[in-house]
Design a protein around this ligand. Structure first.
Ligand SMILES: *[C@@H]1O[C@H](CO)[C@@H](O)[C@H](O)[C@H]1NC(C)=O
Ligand SMILES: *[C@@H]1O[C@H](CO)[C@@H](O)[C@H](O)[C@H]1NC(C)=O
Ligand SMILES: *[C@@H]1O[C@H](CO)[C@@H](O)[C@H](O)[C@H]1NC(C)=O
Length: 147
């Protein structure tokens, strides 16, 4: 019986995507896959709303005040994609916040430890960087504009 439960556990658990955004009280440990930490920083003088989604989960709406941020961690199994729909007043834009392009841009080449990726939300658009340096800085790359 216990063996059967273990088999069920092994096959059921990996189908859930585990993020610290949904279970903040648990210290996230990643086994044999890299841990990623994504930080979204609002550099607009007004609040913006982020609707965060992964391929399988709706991770809800989060209000980022001016200079406020939202961050989350996850274990990257190689299939992970996160997208964000941002609303700023009447403007609306959707972009991928973590995908193979973000992985290429932000990876630090180390197998152990946490990898970080930063997004800066500005009036002219969305910048990605592997470090949170003061803007403007050549480390920030404009990825998408507001419509
Ligand atoms: C987030 O906001 C959008 C747009 O207002 C809404 O359609 C969606 O249901 C909200 N999601 C959650 C999880 O509250
Ligand atoms: C934004 O936040 C950073 C870090 O918390 C702080 O150093 C900075 O002074 C803040 N800037 C504004 C404009 O509030
Ligand atoms: C944007 O960020 C820069 C530092 O990166 C800060 O000096 C500036 O005050 C910020 N502006 C707003 C509107 O948050």
């Amino acid at each position: 019986m216990r063996g059967l439960l273990a088999i069920i556990f092994l096959f059921v658990i990996p189908t859930f995507s585990i993020t610290s955004a949904t279970i903040p009280s648990i210290k996230l440990a990643c086994i044999l896959v890299p841990k990623w930490h994504i930080v979204i920083i609002n550099n607009i003088s007004e609040g913006v709303i982020l609707h965060l989604k992964s391929r399988n989960d709706d991770l809800g709406n989060h209000t980022l005040p001016n200079n406020g941020s939202y961050d989350w961690e996850f274990c990257d199994t190689g299939q992970t994609v996160y997208s964000g729909e941002f609303r700023w007043g009447s403007k609306d834009q959707t972009l991928n916040l973590y995908d193979t392009h973000a992985w290429e841009t932000c990876k630090n080449g180390k197998f152990f430890g946490t990898q970080h990726c930063y997004w800066l939300v500005r009036p002219e658009g969305f910048y990605i960087g592997k470090e949170n340096t003061p803007f403007p800085n050549e480390g920030w790359h404009l990825e998408k504009s507001w419509p």
